[in-house]
Design a protein around this ligand. Structure first.
Ligand SMILES: *[C@@H]1O[C@H](CO)[C@@H](O)[C@H](O)[C@H]1NC(C)=O
Ligand SMILES: *[C@@H]1O[C@H](CO)[C@@H](O)[C@H](O)[C@H]1NC(C)=O
Ligand SMILES: *[C@@H]1O[C@H](CO)[C@@H](O)[C@H](O)[C@H]1NC(C)=O
Length: 271
């Protein structure tokens, strides 16, 4: 699904671009589709700082929920999402201190430009970070959603539907056994994230790499999963997640739900 691959690739470069105008938040059940309810649950035994980002280049509709918030262990947060939310993502930030270091380095993993509230145009998470991604269906198109490890991983997560649509997940903590050349450590040396082979620059040039599906390797045909180093580390443990840019061919990466069902979605961290 092209849109999702594009949004994944965008997060690899959380760099400065001119800020477009920030649209007004959508509220109430106006418009041709129903509002969806999203629930975020933190089952991790520690506080996380979830972040929410909408790629405004793909769609202008945004939830009224802030782009970042603090969520204690065991806490549940529920919010409304407009029917036409496009290219939206949620991830978890860990070990944050926004006082000491506001900006993308305020967290051990997942920090964003903007600090506590991620910037609405350049506030994607710094890899390695596990992403929950959605494109809600309009005009008869299905909802698309996935758990993406394309930018590496930091926290286990699971997306469920209240209408019986498939579960997208990476329920395993990939940090402890992360291969040494991919391990991402905090200031105390603890592994807090596991980089993708692309982000780890294992092949030297990320602009022309079979690990990044870039340059000469930028199509599904020239970038098979077998050419992506450590693909199996991620996919074997998290078969229902997106483990590299063209992983939809696995049949267990990108999930759909009939948008006529107007499914609500629940995202659980550390399920
Ligand atoms: C999304 O829905 C809102 C509320 O109905 C509407 O104002 C907006 O124009 C829609 N955006 C797109 C891109 O369809
Ligand atoms: C955050 O950083 C500030 C400044 O370094 C420090 O005073 C404070 O104790 C830190 N907070 C936490 C919760 O570690
Ligand atoms: C979804 O609803 C629309 C409008 O009611 C209908 O035309 C379409 O056939 C439905 N699609 C499915 C897959 O049921």
């Amino acid at each position: 699904m092209t849109t999702l691959v594009v949004t994944v690739a965008l997060s690899l470069k959380p760099t400065s671009t001119p800020s477009p105008a920030i649209p007004s938040p959508v509220s109430g059940s106006t418009g041709p589709g129903p509002i969806r309810t999203f629930t975020v649950i933190n089952h991790c035994p520690f506080t996380i700082w979830p972040a929410l980002y909408t790629d405004l280049n793909v769609g202008k509709s945004v939830p009224s929920q802030p782009t970042g918030w603090e969520q204690a262990s065991g806490a549940t947060v529920t919010f409304a999402v407009p029917y036409n939310w496009t290219a939206g993502r949620i991830w978890g930030r860990t070990e944050c201190n926004f006082t000491a270091n506001p900006g993308p380095n305020s967290c051990a993993t997942g920090g964003c430009n903007g600090g506590f509230h991620c910037d609405t145009s350049i506030g994607t998470g710094v890899p390695p970070v596990s992403l929950a991604e959605w494109t809600l269906g309009v005009n008869g198109k299905p909802d698309f959603y996935d758990v993406s490890l394309v930018d590496g991983s930091n926290l286990p997560m699971k997306i469920t539907s209240n209408k019986g649509c498939p579960t997208a997940s990476c329920p395993v903590d990939l940090n402890p056994a992360c291969p040494p050349e991919l391990a991402y450590r905090n200031a105390n040396g603890v592994i807090v994230g596991c980089k993708s082979s692309c982000f780890a620059k294992l092949s030297g040039n990320p602009a022309n790499s079979p690990d990044c599906c870039s340059g000469l390797f930028d199509t599904p045909e020239t970038c098979p999963a077998s050419g992506v180093r450590y693909y199996r580390y991620f996919k074997d443990q998290c078969p229902d997640a997106y483990a590299y840019a063209y992983d939809e061919r696995s049949g267990t990466a990108l999930w759909t739900c009939d948008s006529n069902l107007s499914s609500d979605y629940t995202l659980v961290f550390c399920p």
